[in-house]
Structures are given as structure tokens and as C-alpha cells.
Design a binder for this molecule. Structure first.
Ligand code: ZN
Ligand code: ZN
Length: 389
């Protein structure tokens, strides 16, 4: 296989920018990064003059795009969803389940397996184990408590790499332990957990909380469960525990700028991930769509900026990771390399794939983006091969 060299652009590294840098790949892997790299004769040279050379994005929480929800459970839906996010720079993707039936979740996992896409790094088992009063825009009928036989069958597929469960559900601890045994990154989401429930979850291996401030507990919401004295919630637990990470939906619709700045200042770029939490309405006309499975999912309305349930409450995003980085960069004090880190290396580290993915460093897969100065995706390469977007 030939060598590929990305040249004359500003290379975005995890700790800063390298102006006029060169990234050299051979057989799909990065072999050199620097400003004095010798480009071998016969190498394919990609000019990034006046542009940025960025690592491909890693999305750990994403439901679909281009009209398809991963829960549609067909190979075609998986391909369409992943391709639509590839267009927005996501080269490592964890298709994410919603609540749904046992059969629907298995169909989704099987389709991810059968699609054999080079960008799928595993499935995020997100629904169905949510707290009853924190289901959000997901179908209530598809929610349930964890049952060993059921979740073991998902783990046995070998595809599940991220596992979510609300910490206050009965047998949540057993779920976390089984997930840990199966080498999953373990998260707590759609939950009204108290400090002590978070503490036991942490002991069982939980290390992350889904979409900070959305469908999660706060001191007042925990007070509704336990009265006084007021107790700590997921919020305080994440902020205080240095081994915990979380994620934000930075589409400008879910969270105001000060909350993005707050999360960045409090957690830093190594503990905060950007996710899209995007539904099937990405790159689709304004209109009504199903969140989750095409037949049993709930309805949402996309206005082109965000999804809303018919009740008017937020129902996940309708934009790609490129929109998230543009918005985060625009409204916070985070440096460009920190913003990109939160959309690439940090989620890769948290999910255990950073040896191969997440940054432009020697030995890793040559998943490279050419971005315009205004952070629009112009060209996408996976393992050194240019993708048709
Ligand atoms: Zn959610
Ligand atoms: Zn979601």
C-alpha cells in the first residue's frame, strides 16, 4: 500500500497546533508527524494549504442520521446513519440503542455486526435500562429494569463496548459488574440517582454520565425522592470525582454557553466529551420523524436546529460533530486543540480505543480530516483512504 502525506496545513495535536505540519501514513497507519517529515517518493500528497489537518471525530452517543435510526435494525439503516456522520467528520462511531424490545435491540446489534463498516467501534447499549421517570423522549413501553439473561445476551454478541444503566434500578450493580467483565465503558444515564447510589455504581465500575444536565439528577430532584437533609446527586458526583467523565450536547439548543464553559472549566478537556446524540433527522428536511425504531419509536419534530418531542421538550440533536465543535469553539474559551480533543481523543481514551484512534500520533489509524479555517469538513480519510462524502 502506498504512503499518504497531508501537507502544508495546521496540524491539530492533542496539546496544541503545529503550523505548516506534515502527517505521513503508510498502509493506513500514521508513521510520522512533524514539520520536517520527509515525504517519500511516490507518496500520495494531499495539500491542506490554508486549512486544518484534524483527527477524525469519535462519537460515543449517536442514534442515527440521513433518515435512518440505528434502531431500525437493518444493515441499510446502519450504513446510511454511519455515512451521514462520516460526512460530518465522525470516523469512529458507537451506534447507540434507544429503549425498545429485546428483538429490536438484537436486530440493531446484529445489523451493526453485519454492516462490517470500518468506522464502527462497537455498540453503545444505552436503552432500555432507564429510570421510569427519566425516560425523556424514548418510548416508555421499551423501558425496563435490567435482567441478567437479557443483558448477557447483548454482551455475548461481542459488539457491546459502552453500557448504560440508571444507577438506582434494582440489580443495576449486577449489570455494571457484568458490563465490566465484558470490558465495556460503563455509564449512568436517564437517572435520578443519589450520591450513595452513584457511589455503589462507581464501586461496580461506572465511570461516566450521559449528556450532562439532561435527564439526570440534581440536588432538588434527589430531594423529591428522599426529603431532607438534601443529598448529593449525579451532578456533584461527576464534578467531584476525578475518575468520572461526562459529555455535553453542544448544539446551542440543549445548553446555554455558560453551561458549556462551566463544564469545560470544571472538568477540563480530559474528562469532558462532545457527543452529537443525533437522531435520524440529520441532513433531512424539517418535519416529523420517529426517534428510535421506524415503527415503534416516539415522534419528534425537527426544525432543522434541534429535535423536540410533541410535548415540546427536547428530543436529541439533529446536527453532526462538526456543528458541535464550531459552536463549542465559538461560545467558550477552549482552545481549538482542546475542542478537537473533546471530540476525538478524550472519548477514545474513555472507551479504551485510544491506542489506535482519536489523535494524529504515530502508530494510530490514519483517520484524518481536512477542515476549513471555519471548521467545516472538506475531506475525510479513514485508514488513509479518502471517503466519498
Ligand atoms: Zn439520552
Ligand atoms: Zn441519546
Amino acid at each position: 500500500m502506498t504512503s499518504v502525506a497531508w501537507v502544508e496545513g495546521t496540524v491539530i495535536l492533542p496539546n496544541g497546533l503545529l503550523p505548516n505540519g506534515i502527517v505521513l501514513a503508510n498502509a493506513g497507519k500514521i508513521v510520522a508527524v512533524g514539520d520536517r517529515v520527509k515525504v517519500p517518493k511516490g507518496a500520495e500528497v494531499v495539500s491542506a494549504k490554508g486549512r486544518l489537518i484534524s483527527p477524525g471525530f469519535v462519537d460515543i452517543h449517536v442514534h442515527g442520521g440521513g433518515g435512518a435510526d440505528f434502531m431500525d435494525g437493518t444493515v441499510d439503516a446502519i450504513r446510511v446513519g454511519c455515512q451521514s456522520h462520516l460526512r460530518h467528520g465522525t470516523t469512529s462511531i458507537f451506534p447507540t440503542t434507544t429503549t425498545g424490545s429485546y428483538e429490536e435491540i438484537h436486530a440493531m446489534i446484529r445489523a451493526c455486526q453485519d454492516a462490517k463498516l470500518s468506522t464502527i467501534r462497537g455498540v453503545h447499549l444505552y436503552g432500555p435500562y432507564f429510570a421510569e421517570n427519566k425516560v425523556g423522549c424514548h418510548s416508555v413501553a421499551g423501558r425496563r429494569n435490567p435482567e441478567r439473561a437479557e443483558y448477557e445476551s447483548y454482551f455475548e454478541t461481542g459488539m457491546t463496548r459502552i453500557a448504560t444503566c440508571a444507577a438506582e434500578l434494582p440489580a443495576a450493580t449486577e449489570f455494571y459488574k457484568a458490563a465490566r467483565k465484558n470490558r465495556c465503558f460503563i455509564t449512568c444515564g436517564h437517572s435520578n440517582a443519589s450520591w450513595s447510589e452513584m457511589k455503589s455504581a462507581f464501586k461496580a465500575g461506572m465511570r461516566h454520565v450521559d449528556h450532562f444536565w439532561c435527564a439526570m439528577s440534581s440536588v432538588p430532584s434527589v430531594r423529591e425522592r428522599f426529603g431532607t437533609p438534601m443529598q448529593g446527586s449525579m451532578t456533584e458526583f461527576v464534578l467531584m470525582n476525578r475518575d468520572m467523565s461526562t459529555e455535553v450536547i453542544a448544539d446551542g439548543e440543549h445548553l446555554a454557553p455558560e453551561l458549556l464553559e462551566f463544564a469545560y472549566q470544571m472538568l477540563g478537556p480530559n474528562r469532558l466529551c462532545l457527543v452529537t446524540d443525533c437522531n435520524r433527522a440529520l441532513d433531512m428536511p424539517i418535519g416529523r420523524y420517529r426517534f428510535g425504531n421506524i415503527e415503534s419509536g416516539t415522534w419528534l419534530e425537527s426544525d432543522g436546529n434541534v429535535g423536540r418531542a410533541l410535548s415540546g421538550s427536547l428530543a436529541s440533536s439533529v446536527v453532526g460533530m462538526d456543528s458541535m465543535i464550531r459552536h463549542f469553539k465559538e461560545v467558550t474559551t477552549a482552545s481549538l486543540s482542546d475542542v478537537i480533543r473533546m471530540a476525538s481523543l478524550t472519548p477514545a481514551e474513555r472507551t479504551g480505543i485510544s491506542k489506535k484512534y482519536g489523535s494524529l500520533e504515530v502508530g494510530k489509524s490514519a483517520d484524518v480530516l481536512i477542515l476549513s479555517k471555519k471548521l467545516h469538513v472538506e475531506r475525510v480519510f479513514v485508514s488513509g483512504v479518502e471517503q466519498i462524502i
